[in-house]
Design a protein around this ligand. Structure first.
Ligand code: WQD
Length: 344
């Protein structure tokens, strides 16, 4: 359909694949670009199983100019870009900062150059609550100061937002929405797609489900001596399907010229904080399984608490998270059992 062809970079990743499902459901034609550095092509089957449509997949390294040029030459008529593709492991970014800057910021620059030369004016950017660092007040709203980044990964999100602000000022017509995710978790309720990081998970929820599935020996809880009700860190865990739907709402906002500024930022969260122990209790409740975990030392770089003030997304963007922590844990567990061929 004219005017509805969207490039989804990182489209085979966790949030990208779920967003592709919601875009297809809304009648968009999607092209998924991915370098397969943190996924396989398996999500293509999952997306097709859910939607009945197999999106076009392009294996592309978006940090290489010639490959980006070729992608846009093969698809000269994109009406918008949703840019997920990025390395996102905080710890790895500390060890390999240049890899993160070249990939995360290099790819963004090359994409923006294509948008400029081809007059593609609708751009959605995958940003992160990590830009807030250790926020001084909770819940965190979009006017909260962007603190010095706690990692090179977080800095690539901060600098990425600055690049977009500068591009919007320089290139007339470009319209951008940056979405600052809190903690995306869960899986599509069909269990055809979900979170499947390559190697040992760094994020909490896949580590919980892999421990319960027997893939991991024991969950280590990084500290219980924080200034929180039960001593463990508090985060705003938001179902990945809610996150995906927000991207379609944001894209439609731009395509229907409803945005009030050429560059807009929205937090994507539930507005509710949950501690690590509360996540564990939720999992045990929905799965009926006791989780094997123990408290260990704090993880460097962890902030004590972060959860979103969701008013701007609710009232301006017109989007609200609808799914609960328990539903996310139930969907994550169903996905894990499917991946591991477990029946119980
Ligand atoms: C959550 C809590 C850990 C693992 C992540 C990404 C960041 C951003 C937001 C995309 C913390 C604790 C974890 C484990 C644990 N995503 N934990 N044992 O650090 O809030 O941020 O999501 O932009 O890039 O890093 O998420 O899931 O790693 O940790 O106790 O084995 O779970 O200490 O309190 P985080 P996380």
């Amino acid at each position: 359909m004219k005017g509805r062809k969207i490039l989804v970079t990182g489209g085979l990743g966790f949030i990208g694949s779920h967003t592709a499902v919601e875009l297809i459901a809304q009648g968009f034609e999607v092209v998924l670009a991915d370098n397969l550095s943190n996924t396989t092509e398996a999500p293509l089957e999952g997306i097709e199983a859910i939607t009945g449509q197999r999106p076009v997949f392009e294996k592309v390294d978006l940090s290489i100019g010639a490959e980006v040029q070729g992608l846009f030459d093969r698809h000269p008529n994109f009406d918008g870009v949703i840019h997920f593709a990025a390395h996102k492991a905080v710890g790895e970014s500390v060890r390999e900062p240049i890899k993160y800057y070249l990939n995360n910021l290099g790819s963004l620059g090359l994409l923006l150059e294509q948008c400029r030369t081809r007059s593609i004016v609708h751009f959605i950017f995958s940003s992160s609550c990590t830009v807030y660092g250790e926020a001084t007040r909770l819940p965190i709203d979009e006017s909260a100061p962007v603190q010095p980044a706690m990692s090179p990964y977080g800095n690539t999100k901060q600098v990425g937002e600055e690049m977009l602000r500068d591009a919007v000022r320089a290139y007339s017509g470009l319209q951008v929405i940056a979405l600052r995710y809190f903690n995306p978790i869960g899986a599509h309720p069909s269990a055809h797609i979900g979170e499947l990081p390559l190697g040992s998970p760094l994020n909490l929820v896949p580590y919980v489900t892999q421990t319960a599935a027997g893939v991991r020996e024991q969950l280590q809880v990084f500290g219980n001596d924080y200034d929180t009700p039960d001593g463990t860190n508090v985060r705003d865990y938001i179902h990945v399907v809610d996150i995906a739907k927000a991207h379609v709402v944001a894209l439609n906002r731009l395509m229907q010229h409803q945005n009030t500024d050429a560059y807009e930022v929205f937090n994507l969260g539930t507005g509710r904080g949950s501690s690590v122990l509360e996540v564990i209790r939720s999992f045990e409740k929905v799965s009926g399984k006791a989780l094997n975990y123990r408290i260990v030392e704090r993880r460097p770089g962890d902030v004590t608490a972060a959860y979103a003030d969701t008013r701007k997304a609710n009232e301006v963007l017109g989007w609200k998270a609808e799914l609960s922590l328990d539903q996310a844990m139930e969907d994550a567990w169903r996905w894990e059992k499917k991946v591991r061929n477990l029946n119980d």
